[in-house]
Each structure stands twice: as structure tokens, then as C-alpha cells.
Design a protein around this ligand. Sequence first.
Ligand code: ZN
Length: 282
Amino acid sequence: MIRFGPAGNETSFYDQGYKNTFEAMEWLNNMGLNAYEYQCGRGVNIKEESAKKIGEYADRFGIAMSLHAPYFINMATTEVDKIESSLIHMRNSYTAAKQMKASRVCVHPGSFKGDTRENAIIRAHHFLKNFLDDINDESVIFCPEVMGKINQLGNLEEIIYLCAHDERILPTVDFGHLNARTHGSLRTAEDYEQVVLKMIDGIGMERTRIMHMHFSQIEYTEGGEKKHLTFEDTQYGPFFKDFIPVLYKYDLKPVVICESDDRMATDSLKSKTMYEQYRNRD
Ligand SMILES: [Zn+2]
């Protein structure tokens, strides 16, 4: 099953009188959505009790949980204290994910500052491999993300490299980021198909089919990502409608998380509606 859901809670959720994330599970279910990415970008600060409650409600309302790990993680760093702090953030993400029954943790690969991209991605792979060996629990999948700025580690090829070298790792293909870092290369269904074919070539059909995805429209400049927009934008894209034929053609069953600017659930529902309308066209 393809799943759609938001990254965190938009203002309209709180405007309707809700206060807690566990309440979002029923709210999303009522909207017809079935995934949710819990945001720990600024650190894993959630208490065990709250995380477990989210997990319980997610189960009850059929929401597939994922967790976004802290932005401070740098899997490619050579600095000992940063390796250690990155490992602590990874470990905390894993623990919170277990508590809220999240089966996926989305994580940024980090930076290649002071080194080549090639060396940095090899280090990132070793970092991730050692971490996964250490936790020894395949019920939580780590999903390194395609990043939006050119000078960040994590172009499409680098993410495929990480996943191709370890069966336990799935990609987070962020199409907004990919489009931003390639200055608008995703324009037609064929452009999306090229991405999917690259992934099939790198990690195989089965794992491509169940990839983790972020989809939002993003403004970009020369350096890549500038800012997250909503589906109201008609200038930058990428536009989800262009991806839909490819989702059907390859029978893809991803988790599609929407990171629109304060319209995460609203636009996620738009994606789902577009997807279903395509199936029921003619
Ligand atoms: Zn991210």
C-alpha cells in the first residue's frame, strides 16, 4: 500500500483545539491519511511516556510512523567528539522510534567539509554500518536522505551508494531536495522515471518499491534549496502530478511524507487525492 502523511503538525491542527501529537493520529485517519513523520530535527526531546502514547494511537488509527533524526548528525565527520555526539543522536532516535513504533528513521548524511565527497560518503557508510551492527535490530530501518543543497553530502548517487552497500538501509528520496539541487530537473514523468530507474539499478526493484519519500515544492537558488513552499506554488515545483504515472507504472508502494510549509497534512491529502484520481481517470 502506498502511504501518505505529514511531517509534523501544521497550524490548522492546533487551531482546531488539539494540543498533543497523539491526537493527530485520529485526525489524520479522519482525513484519510495513513503515515506520520515525527520531527526530532532539533534533538530527541520526547519523553518515553509521550512516545509510547503516540505509538499506541498510531496503531489504533492505522498510521505508519517514522521519525526524523536530529539535523546535528554528521555521519562523515572525522572529529572524535562529533562522531560521539552523532552516535548519541542516532541512539536516541532509535530509542524514541522504538517507543513510538516507528519503523523508519530518516537521517541527513552530514557534511564533506575539508574532504572529497567520495571519501566522505565512504566514512558515512562505515559510520552507519557500525551503528546498525551495534543496535542489531532490523525492525527500525535507517533512511539517509537526499539533501537539497549542493554543498551537503547526499546527492542521489551518494544515497544510492549508501543503500546499495547495505541491505538494511533504505533511501529517503526527497524529490523537492533533488529538484532544488539540480535546479529544476524534475519536469516530466520521464524525469521521474530516470530517477526510479537509477534506483532500481542501484538497490533493486523490491527495495525501490518500498522507499521512503519526502515530497514538497521547494524554492531554490544556485546553491540549491532555499525554502519549502506549498502546493499553491506554480513556479518552482516539483509537481506531484508529474510523478504519479511513474508511481503506477512501477507499482511503487512508498511512504510519501509531505513537508510543505505549514500545509503538511493539507498537501499530503492533495497528493493522495491526485494519486487516486489518476487511477480513476477516464
Ligand atoms: Zn530531512
